[in-house]
Design a protein around this ligand. Structure first.
Ligand SMILES: Cc1cc2nc3c(=O)[nH]c(=O)nc-3n(C[C@H](O)[C@H](O)[C@H](O)COP(=O)(O)O)c2cc1C
Length: 141
């Protein structure tokens, strides 16, 4: 059974709803899933996981949220070599630039993207939640 963590930050609940759907998708294919906020996750736990999904909305100016999520992600970066990874998050008015740079950073860290990132504007609709569940299943598969 694959061990997966879904680690997210969400200010107003949009990325949180996506995180729950990613976790559901991974559970649906039999994975053991931990759904956890960035502030409650420890980078060292990555070593015991088969895959990790990170979720963070576009904040700052097309950046990761800087007080909790970015420091956690920075602490994880050295442990991403060869790690199966999925990315997701919500944005407001941009064109997804934060996710393109984040994906590039993760590839540079040696992570293996299980599938393309899932992003959505504002709150996730049913299609987005379906895509999130598929992302979780791909990560666990
Ligand atoms: C301080 C702040 C900065 C933001 N910066 C951006 C941005 O650069 N680009 C963008 O598309 N959306 C930006 N947003 C909008 C959020 O990404 C959007 O509201 C998102 O749905 C929030 O997701 P959440 O509910 O998971 O917190 C920003 C929002 C806040 C509060």
């Amino acid at each position: 059974m694959a061990k997966i963590a879904v680690v997210y930050w969400s200010g107003t609940g949009n990325t949180e709803a996506m995180a729950a759907a990613v976790a559901d998708g991974a559970r649906d294919v039999g994975a053991e899933v931990t759904l956890v906020t960035a502030s409650a996750f420890d980078a060292a736990r990555l070593d015991e996981l088969d895959g990790v999904a990170f979720g963070c909305p576009s904040m700052g100016c097309e950046q990761l949220e800087e007080s909790e999520f970015e420091p956690l992600f920075a602490a994880c970066e050295g442990r991403l070599q060869g790690k199966r990874l999925a990315l997701f998050g919500s944005y407001g008015w941009g064109d997804g630039e934060w996710m393109r740079s984040w994906e590039e950073t993760c590839r540079g860290d040696g992570a293996v993207l299980a599938d393309g990132p899932v992003i959505c504007q504002g709150s996730p609709d049913e299609d987005t939640l379906t895509a999130c569940r598929a992302l979780g299943a791909a990560l666990a598969g």
